[in-house]
Design a protein around this ligand. Structure first.
Ligand code: NAD
Ligand code: WQD
Length: 343
């Protein structure tokens, strides 16, 4: 029987590559598209090695409508997962137009082409950043969105709205799911794919692994005086493989599930808040390595604490995070060791 096929934009990226692996493991085919603006073509080889399949890859910019159109003409697929976006919060404050242009145009092209060519199902990579600083924890999907603190965060809110409105106007031709990711971390257990930050990592776990590997001298813990039990910020760290499987669950739900609504939103997190200091300690214990750190000043724009209520995804998508934090932290270290050539 022919395997159903999914278009994966941003398929050479961190979450896109792991999702491609999980789609194929679940019986789908995947066509990967990426302009390699924040990834390496070697990632595609990693996906092919893990899956044992010659996964098709097209180097293209989703903002280039004609290039995207050629992909729609060439490949048969009924669903798309849209990861392609620029994602650095700080850079988006310095270069807002880059973020509005890339993140909005690429998504509008995708949504229009899906509609025009009679393809129905769209999954959009959204973010818990849409909640801003929530008044109550954990956050459910009914927690109101707050004004975005960065152009990056604003593009996530606008793209959610674009999807909702296009679906509402489409007369049943389109369906969509926005997945609001919490903090994705870790790597594939094979250590063949993982996160590839460019330059100095802005996110916590790559900074931890690079410090443990000796690439960075010392990790700065941004703030030790927050109103949390140990004074450091709390986040919901979700294994990238679990997150990837949430996309498979979303596609399955849209293509075969009962009681599917035209536009749905889900939190994708573990439901467990972990502080920066807890994460560092756990990483050291699990991997038996030292991470030098110091308590530094707060980082502008950080919120003290956020974690998900993931009950809706469990109930309606039959998805829940499965990997333990220890497994995830071990996978992140295995990946860093491979990158750094550490035995
Ligand atoms: P990533 O940078 O590793 O992956 C994004 C990929 O998209 C990259 O390979 C990049 O080269 C590609 N890309 C960017 N613009 C493109 C374009 N115009 N055309 C084609 N390809 C393009 O980032 P990621 O962490 O895998 O994030 C994937 C998605 O998830 C993004 O939309 C991001 O905003 C969202 N997200 C990420 C996080 C996180 O913490 N990593 C959290 C919430 C949401
Ligand atoms: C986690 C915690 C930092 C680095 C960002 C985006 C969000 C989403 C995920 C895409 C915070 C602390 C960090 C360091 C530290 N991305 N930290 N020292 O800020 O929760 O979310 O990535 O949608 O939109 O804002 O993730 O990994 O940067 O930080 O102490 O060197 O680690 O203060 O408390 P964040 P992060």
């Amino acid at each position: 029987m022919k395997r159903p096929c999914v278009l994966v934009t941003g398929g050479a990226g961190y979450i896109g590559s792991h999702t491609a692996v999980e789609l194929i493991a679940a019986g789908f085919d995947a066509v990967l598209v990426d302009d390699l603006s924040n990834s390496e073509v070697a990632v595609i080889e990693g996906v092919r090695a893990i899956t044992g399949r010659d996964v098709p890859f097209v180097e293209a910019d989703c903002c280039d409508r004609e290039a995207l159109e050629r992909i729609f003409t060439r490949y048969e697929f009924g669903s798309a997962i849209h990861f392609a976006a620029s994602k650095a919060v700080g850079e988006s404050l310095r270069e807002p137009m880059k973020y509005y242009r890339n993140n909005l145009l690429s998504f509008m092209n995708l949504v229009e082409l899906m509609h025009e060519t009679g393809r129905r199902n769209i999954v959009f990579s959204s973010s818990c950043t849409v909640y801003g600083e929530p008044r109550r924890l954990p956050v459910t999907e009914r927690t109101p969105r707050r004004p975005a603190a960065s152009p990056y965060g604003n593009t996530k809110q606008i793209c959610e709205d674009i999807l909702r409105d296009a679906i509402a106007a489409g007369g049943g031709a389109l369906r969509g799911i926005a997945l609001r990711y919490f903090n994705p971390i870790g790597a594939h257990p094979s250590a063949l794919i993982g996160e590839l930050p460019r330059g100095v990592p802005q996110n916590l776990l790559p900074y931890i692994t690079q410090t443990a590997a000796g690439i960075r001298d010392c990790l700065s813990v941004y703030g030790g005086d927050y109103p949390t039990p140990d004074g450091s910020c709390i986040r919901d760290y979700i294994d990238v493989g679990d997150l990837a499987r949430a996309h498979v669950a979303a596609i399955r739900h849209m293509t075969g599930g009962a009681d599917v609504r035209p536009y749905e939103v889900y939190n994708i997190g573990t439901g467990r808040g972990v502080s920066v200091l807890e994460l560092i300690r756990r990483f050291e214990q699990v991997n038996r390595v030292k991470v030098d750190y110091k308590i530094a000043g707060r980082r502008a724009g950080d919120i003290p604490a956020i974690w998900a209520d993931p009950a809706l995804a469990a109930e309606r998508l039959d998805w829940r995070a499965e990997r333990t934090l220890d497994q995830t932290l071990a996978s992140a270290w295995a990946w860093q060791k491979r990158l750094s050539g550490i035995e």
